[in-house]
Design a protein around this ligand. Structure first.
Ligand SMILES: [Zn+2]
Length: 410
């Protein structure tokens, strides 16, 4: 039996607690596990949902390998289903099959190599801590933690988008994942499970708003359009709301999503289904601001037509952040004279996030919860490991908002 220092510290703490409180500790000391599942020992094998061919997951079992000195074994609690997963499930654009998908995951540390002491932000790591990962470090000096304007992590390796190898425990659609030395890991024990599952998509919006701020156009009293009220647009509204931007108009074609946008902080909505042609739609957006075009717009759909349209909603000298095209969605047509030059629009693109944005996101989630934004209600569907086909089909059918895998063993 391999009891490491942290385990000893935990046991000592438990004994001390018993002595000072005069009452027995709530649970008997566990063996190696350290996990709060109550089952004690770490099993010899782990289960993963392996995507073996297009649109097909198979639950497979693999031995849990010996940990290296810098490795961490995490018992998975849950993981969001991302649009990227849906693309991979449908078409395998990244040629990953066979692959264990799932990159928006979180779980509990059940075993650590002896060199593991702190997370990527310098916070102590102990058995039982809840963690998320961001990316697997490559030797790229432009991707660093503490430099605000460093490169985003797009294209970096992440767990859940790695082809299968002899470790197998490489994605969060599993009940255990092996986090190898050199990965970014954050201790997020102070966030609840649903918030932790939402960290990755929220980081995308924290980054987009940071990009928007570089234009110097976005201010407290700005009139802001958020176009597209899927999870990304809805979180965009929440990020703006937590930073004190209050004059937000949400644009979408689905009344239910627009209602949710209001609860998330939009103070007016425009349903484009009710208007024929861009001129009528522009008038509706203007009316929603009391007769003004917007100062700044966030484009959160993957539709080229939506990109072409959004310039019309922006005033002369206004700004635009385009973040809807996470993958190639085709070309969009604009009129460079009318849409861009003569209006002097400042345009920024946004993709993924920097490591710094990732860490900022933990605080965003605390603020959003504290001011009562229904951020956790974004998770509308939950599936177990043997239901991942259904989970991905639900995402592809665009039912609900955020779909999540939840490990029912917790
Ligand atoms: Zn994602």
């Amino acid at each position: 039996m391999n009891i490491n220092e942290n385990e000893v510290a935990r046991l000592v703490q438990q004994v001390l607690q018993e002595m000072t409180s005069g009452a027995p500790a709530q649970t008997a000391p566990k063996k190696q596990c350290g996990c709060s599942c109550g089952k004690g020992e770490i099993p010899k094998t782990a289960r993963v949902a392996m995507m073996t061919e297009l649109k097909k997951f198979e639950v497979q079992e693999y031995p849990i390998p010996e940990l290296g000195d810098d490795d961490i074994l995490v018992k998975v609690e849950g993981c969001g289903v991302c649009g990227t997963d849906a693309h991979e499930y449908k078409n395998d654009p990244f040629s990953l099959i066979p692959v264990v998908l799932g990159h928006e995951g979180t779980g509990e540390i059940v075993k650590m190599g002896k060199n593991v002491k702190v997370d990527s932000a310098g916070k102590p790591l102990n058995l039982g801590d809840k963690v998320v990962t961001c990316m697997i470090f490559k030797d790229n000096p432009d991707i660093t933690m503490f430099d605000l304007n460093k490169q985003n992590v797009g294209g970096a390796d992440v767990y859940g988008l790695l082809p299968d190898d002899d470790v197998h425990l490489n994605g969060w659609y599993s009940d255990y994942i092996l986090i190898r030395g050199g990965s970014t890991v954050f201790n997020v024990s102070d966030l609840d499970l649903d918030s932790r599952i939402l960290i990755e998509p929220c980081a995308v919006l924290v980054h987009a708003v940071e990009r928007a701020k570089t234009t110097n156009i976005l201010r407290f009293n700005s009139r802001v359009v958020v176009q597209g009220c899927g999870p990304i647009g809805l979180i965009c509204i929440a990020v703006l709301r937590t930073m004190g931007v209050e004059n937000i108009v949400a644009v979408d074609g689905n009344e239910q999503r627009l209602e949710f946008a209001k609860r998330m902080g939009a103070n007016n909505t425009v349903n484009f289904m009710n208007y024929k042609g861009i001129d009528a739609l522009t008038e509706a957006v203007k009316e929603a601001f009391g007769g003004y075009l917007c100062d700044f717009a966030f484009q959160c759909t993957g539709s080229p037509v939506a990109h072409s349209n959004i310039y019309k909603f922006i005033r002369n000298g206004g700004g635009l952040c385009e973040l809807g095209f996470f993958i190639n969605g085709g070309d969009a047509t604009i009129n460079p004279h009318f849409d861009l030059c003569s209006k002097e629009i400042t345009l920024v693109g946004s993709w993924v996030y920097t490591l710094r944005d990732y860490a900022t996101t933990f605080d965003f989630l605390k603020r959003a919860n504290a001011i009562g934004l229904p951020i956790k209600e974004l998770i509308t569907h939950r599936f177990g490991l043997d239901e991942m086909n259904e989970a991905l089909e639900t995402n592809l059918a665009q039912k609900g908002l955020k779909i999540a895998y939840i490990n029912k063993d917790f």
